[in-house]
Design a binder for this molecule. Structure first.
Ligand SMILES: *[C@@H]1O[C@H](CO)[C@@H](O)[C@H](O)[C@H]1NC(C)=O
Length: 403
């Protein structure tokens, strides 16, 4: 009897183990490529999936995590019976028809914004049993941009895009007449924020165009050294560390063959962002105040010049709606070793202190980069019962003073 129970338990254990392992194996293919060391544990499974992972590796950098797109890829249909695997970028002569094939059923396509809105029936998407097709007829340089295939995950009729499996390709449509993708705006306004990169898209239709950056006034070419300012044929110019002298009207010039063209204009507006949120320092005129005395809490920020600092206060009397007022001021000061600095100050005035004014005072200082708070505590010794008795009269007095 005992033996039978042991044997049955052992059998159950084996079955359970097999079940778990087979479930794991069915989940594995997706991750097997990603975690290579683990792959060797499942020789049978891994070997079968190899060709697919190799296909993904043939186009490195298509997505940040190529391992997760083991089943998605794009091919370009060239002519009858001819296909070509697509890499990061692709060039299709303007005027030609683009045909892309993406494995999966169903798939969805992402196209440049301009094409979504206005393609005059030139763009078609067709779903076949094994793959989706994107067909763009009578292409123009303006069609240049990023094209994406999203495999769809469906449960019954409810489908969602599998973003992690998306495949992207940047397609150029070199147009001998138009070196830049036309822009609907005469000029674009771009904010140059300190400590944040700024991008001037000036998208070219041909990857072989030579592109330079220019200041309109005074007319001068802007030096592109690759570190302060860099250029990418798919993203345009990136200003990595915006500086005030770059503000103004800029444009790009593209040249290819005998052709030389200017892009739309970019109005660069410099906005001074401080390097960090303010660091407020708070101080009460006294930590202990007698009832009826005046109290002042000072909140001060010393930092870069020409940075607006905004102060807000939280104080004990708030809960009964006690109206207090503040005096704000800004001045430039000389700080040893740091040169000219700006001192911004907010003083909270508490006149004729009452018991309700006892507690924590918090000042929050904010600039464009963020906000920080500082707190201090004020105690009001004695008179806890008398304060309550006096309240109605005091309120009257306060009102009287405010009128
Ligand atoms: C492409 O252009 C040709 C010639 O202008 C025109 O006949 C044809 O209808 C266009 N095709 C599409 C799909 O717009």
């Amino acid at each position: 009897m005992k033996l039978a129970v042991v044997a049955l338990t052992a059998l159950l254990c084996v079955l359970l183990f097999r079940l778990v392992m087979s479930q794991k194996a069915s989940q594995e293919p997706r991750t097997a490529v990603e975690q290579e060391p683990r792959g060797k544990a499942k020789v049978g499974e891994g070997a079968k999936k190899k060709p697919k992972s190799a296909a993904v590796k043939a186009k490195p950098g298509v997505t940040p995590r190529p391992s997760t797109v083991a089943t998605t890829y794009l091919t370009q249909v060239l002519e009858k019976g001819k296909f070509q695997k697509v890499g990061n970028t692709l060039s299709v002569s303007a005027g030609d028809t683009l045909q892309l094939r993406c494995k999966g059923n169903p798939v969805e396509w992402g196209v440049p914004t301009y094409l979504q809105e206005d393609n005059e029936g030139r763009l078609r998407m067709v779903q076949h049993k094994q793959y989706g097709m994107l067909i763009l007829a009578n292409s123009t340089g303006a069609d240049t941009g990023e094209y994406t295939c999203y495999p769809m995950h469906c449960e019954d009729t409810d489908c969602r895009k599998e973003y992690e499996k998306a495949v992207k390709v940047f397609i150029f449509f070199p147009d001998p007449q138009e070196l830049f993708v036309p822009s609907s705006n005469y000029y674009e306004v771009i904010q140059l924020r300190t400590n944040h990169p700024a991008v001037l898209p000036c998208q070219v239709t041909s990857p072989s165009a030579k592109v330079t950056l220019h200041h309109e006034y005074p007319p001068a070419e802007v030096k592109v050294d690759g570190s302060e300012i860099s250029f990418s044929v798919t993203r345009g110019f990136t200003i990595h560390r915006p500086r005030p002298h770059l503000a103004g009207s800029l444009y790009c010039v593209a040249s290819l063959g005998g052709l030389r063209q200017s892009s739309t204009k970019y109005m660069l507006v410099y906005v001074h962002y401080p390097a960090a949120p303010p660091s407020p320092v708070i101080q009460a005129s006294s930590d202990t105040v007698a009832l009826g005395q005046n109290l002042q809490i000072t909140c001060m920020v010393v930092g870069e010049e020409n940075v607006l600092v905004d102060f807000t206060w939280d104080y004990p009397g708030q809960k009964i709606g006690r109206p207090l007022y503040t005096q704000d001021s800004v001045e430039t000061v000389q700080v040893d070793g740091q040169g000219r600095q700006q001192r911004s100050e907010s003083v909270l005035m508490v006149e004729e202190v009452r018991e309700v004014d006892q507690g924590t005072y918090t000042c929050t200082a904010q600039n464009l980069e963020g906000s920080r708070s500082a707190s201090t505590t004020v105690s009001i010794p004695g008179g806890s019962s008398t304060a309550k008795l006096k309240q109605p009269r005091e309120r009257g007095r306060l009102r009287g003073r405010l009128v």
